[in-house]
Design a protein. Sequence first.
Lengths: 367, 367
Amino acid sequence: MIKKLAALCLSIAMLTAIGCGEEKASTSQADAEKAEVKTFNWRLVTTWPKNFPGLGSAPENFANAVTEMSAGRLTVKVYGANELVPAMAVFDTVARGAAEMGHGAAYYWKGKTSASQFFTAVPFGLNAQEMNGWLHYGGGLKLWQEIYSDFNLIPFAGGSTGVQMAGWFNKEINTVEDLKGLKMRIPGLAGEVLQRVGGIPVTLPGGELFTALQTGSIDATEWVGPYNDLTFGLHKAAKYYYYPGWHEPGAMLEFIVNKDAWNSLPKDLQAIVTHATRAMNQDMLDEYTARNNAALKELIEVHGVKVQKLPDEVLLALKNASEEVIAEVIAKDEKAKKVYDSFKAFSDDVRPYTAISEKAFIEARDL
Amino acid sequence: MIKKLAALCLSIAMLTAIGCGEEKASTSQADAEKAEVKTFNWRLVTTWPKNFPGLGSAPENFANAVTEMSAGRLTVKVYGANELVPAMAVFDTVARGAAEMGHGAAYYWKGKTSASQFFTAVPFGLNAQEMNGWLHYGGGLKLWQEIYSDFNLIPFAGGSTGVQMAGWFNKEINTVEDLKGLKMRIPGLAGEVLQRVGGIPVTLPGGELFTALQTGSIDATEWVGPYNDLTFGLHKAAKYYYYPGWHEPGAMLEFIVNKDAWNSLPKDLQAIVTHATRAMNQDMLDEYTARNNAALKELIEVHGVKVQKLPDEVLLALKNASEEVIAEVIAKDEKAKKVYDSFKAFSDDVRPYTAISEKAFIEARDL
């Protein structure tokens, strides 16, 4: 009967990954080990400082959601940048399975595959709502999965910051000439766009922006928006805050999962991971939407920040340069072309309705 | 030993709601019944026709997500309007527990509590992104839960259609005078607004709009937007299609759960329901965003629909009337005042950032 009980215990434990309590002592060591395999303890590495507002909250909230929904059968321990690996090692670490999951942004991995940039942000491209439409109902996520499949990874949309601010500048921007020689931290496609109009793009992790700006080793930087920018104290190091964010209109972050780790999960835990990422994807945008303005007010009213609009002439020059840069990127890489063709077709299709719905409504509200 | 086994089986089954397989035959009938109680088979009644695009997909997708994530421990059977109860009986049906869940829109229940209207749509109020910000990071959902608690219900945001179209008209609207005597199907606060400018608001379920418009028993109707309006064939019954949708800038739907049914769920299934609603909330907006424009194109190119913008004079009159109507609603009902005060404070706070982020970006993109 003990044997029968042990077998029952194991079979239930295999289904449920819940141990058999006091009865476990009566199972064999091998059986117990097999039963224990069904609780999954994952590591999630991120490109953000641990618990960084907004960006760093998403993986923490994801971990909590997954633990709750699985009743502890799947736990996820979150590591901030440099805790387990440096920020820029997240992709490789998850690809080789040294961590089961990661949270970051696809454009950081443009050196691996240039197509990745289109999954984060395209200058003058889609805003958060449109980006989510493309990914989930326009074929975007499927293409993303195809591209990452070569790296043994499964991607999910991992939250959006909404439209970002154009950034912090120590020089007034009145004409395109003012961009010439401007040393600015700006990643992804947007960095190449700046270069094309005469600027000097620099890549730096968020944690180094303040010092770089303060010491004058850069003239300008973009980061996210008021909520995050305030945290880094960028207003203490720069004179002007510019809008609109032409370069990252709905910056989409990513969750990545190692494919072998994914395949080891039973179907119900796979579903839990899938829907948890989707819930967190929404949650991050909600948080930014609610908190950006309070931070903006503090920047203006408490810290005396000057908020300025980029002149149309400058925006037009950046827009033309963006089109040229994208044309070159996709000419060099077939996969990037396939992704951008899908993105562009969706963009051409969605914009006329955005114009008579979201845009026209906001105009009517502001009459 | 049988008794011990039965007890173990039951205790595990209670934790996991998975039956004890072949061993079940050896448990007593009473124990088996108790074990089976832990699989939950819920009914979800909706205010939409079964499988209606967008609106009706959300409850179906929710049901699938919950079944997958719970490995079948919680199943949800979806009933369209009139399958189990009529559309307008959803609230009462779930409140009394005759169905465990419902999907609809809070403003349908303004007769129960006038505060409910602010959780769906406020004329000239918040768009989808802002509405989600208010609900999830601005205290809105907490207030919604307070209001519905009196009815033995727990609400969750249940998807957004985005900005809706102003609707279908058989009469051109050039001045405020043209709204006088206009018989239009338009629910919620917006109906009262129409009345204040001289129109005659009518309440009709979606399924009756086409006939009412065709027979001339109404002069105009709003419904949702191109994707849904095309399904009902409203273009065959009306001459003009007007924008922008001033009346429902980010119509938020709702999932409602009977509180006793909720309390009967173990914590992990409660978490699964919570996060599944959040994922579906995002999913619906993605679908509308992706599909509205294709439908709009078909309406224009295939069916020759004339898309016209409401004159600013008309929009301004509607905006002034909206403010008056809302002031009266909240003067009559303390709970409505509490909810609207929160909504308005969030709105005042979020709009300046929307102006320099989303709005400014779309303008820059369209330069």
